[in-house]
Design a protein around this ligand. Sequence first.
Ligand SMILES: CC(=[NH2+])C(=O)[O-]
Length: 126
Amino acid sequence: MSTDVTAAHPYRPAVLAGGLAFVSGALSVDADYVPVAGRQEALDAAAERMAERLATVGGTLADIVKLTYYVTDLSLREEANRQLERLFAEARPARTFVEVSRLPYGATVEIDAIAQVRGDSTAPVA
Ligand SMILES: CC(=[NH2+])C(=O)[O-]
């Protein structure tokens, strides 16, 4: 999936502050902002886009300490739990999981994150 990390938005995909990376919410949409269909596919799309945003400040999934999931259907929680196990194994981040009435572009999932970016990152903020 191509990304929107360089697209024009009035916010940055991720911001470094005090050794932490704050990742803007990543939606389950494709490169044309069309909502990704399918429960697992939507979760995976949002996670992939969140990881791309984190990468703009040199972070990886291994750096994540907190996730927040916003979903339009709370019954996605079981699939989201399996996704977390798949992506993070034992290195489990903290998480908040909430149902919301609507998300931008008709997406069904949005994920944001806080990460502790390690190492000597020289990645520019996009
Ligand atoms: C999609 C998103 N992060 C926003 O703030 O609209």
